[in-house]
Design a protein around this ligand. Sequence first.
Ligand code: UD1
Length: 441
Amino acid sequence: MSRAQASIASAAPWWQAVRGDRLTIQGGVPLNGRYEVSGAKNAALPLMVAGLLTPHLVTLRGLPASLDVAILSALLQSLGVGLQWSNTGDGLSLTMSADRARAGAIDAELVRRMRASVLLMGALLGRTGEADIPMPGGDAIGLRGIDFHLAGFRAMGATVEIVDGVVRARAPNGLKGTEYVFPRVSVGATENLMLAAVLADGPTVLRNAALEPEIADLAYCLTGMGAKIDGIGTDMLVIHGGLPLAGVVHRVMPDRIEIGTVACVAAMTGGEITISNANRALLGAAAPALESAGITLKDSGDGLIIARRTGDRLNGIDLVTQPYPGVATDLQAPIMAMLTLADGASSITETIFDQRFRHVDELRKMGANIVVRGSTAVIRGVPRLTGASVTGTDVRAAAALLIAGLAAESETVLAGLDHLDRGYDAIVARLTQLGGRMVRS
Ligand code: UD1
């Protein structure tokens, strides 16, 4: 066991790497039934970091039992945060006690595995006045700078330098409130600067802030701790820093990307799935896009009911990924997988990341007809996908190939399962309960 694996096992004892790095899928079966969506990974990670901000107890409920959550637990534990887990039946709960939190050496291997580790920087700087974080890694989806994060910390009075691949930030006299305009919308940078600003002296104004619901979830958790934040849900956030922060109990919002992915697999396989703790509004602009492709999304007392509109084939659509409320880039790969089986042509333009079409070659191996020109993929629907050996190269690409395999005729062997583990809580088991035929070996 490597040092990184040992620290994950110690910090998150519930995480057991599921043995086997190949998933064999026998596709072609409609998926039907009830699906419980997990707490959102992209909300859970910044919320866990918020536990560093206060010496009081912070409890998060409904965390997804995913590898990214386990990795961040290991990082928090290495910074002196006490972690107590329980599983109450409605998801994983974590109580964090950061009364003895300290800046310290951060395991570069863990940081390389998860880009969101960079979020530790704002909270650590605010709490301890120093942070040394190895340059983060993450998915292979293109160049992912952290220049906005660092520029924001500098605007708050910190010194920031990069020495031997480690970002070294210092604010010995504390951070000062500031005004910062993001050069382009960034989810992570908005969260990082919010986390820093709640402990800074005086107000911080963040303009061109990201609008993703996970940011509002973080803001509501912080206000629950006693922070004062104006403009939640808008692109101008005013964080009144320096107020004392108490503990909080907060429930993580449902994972809207998982909801969208499950909608795609219901439509592709011609089944009907009800997602218990979900509603149409969570999907933002992806909801009308999925509907125009021929999916019905019906809110009911029971949850969100998803099915193909007529029982016939889906139809092609044109879409562009955008920051929220636009169609999420994280749904681009699953929606593309779905559109490979639609009638007629579709186009998808990716505007957020520059290398996020690595699933295209894999989908082609399954018989998809996709041509990429620059940042646009043109997908011409085919009557059927056929099983093949494919590899997921990032979290969402792996999910896209999983659902393509479930819809394909014959057998698909999916590798790159680490990515699936990073982003989803037992998605294979949950889809198996709906009729999916899969074996991990
Ligand atoms: C988050 C999500 C990820 C999602 C993405 C976009 C988490 C843990 N991850 O990632 O699932 O795909 O938002 O919705 O929430 N950029 C810079 N400099 C910076 C910061 C960002 O150039 O300092 C660029 C990035 O390279 C990218 C774009 O801005 O092209 C958006 O990235 P950002 O919103 O920051 O994504 P993440 O927070 O990394």
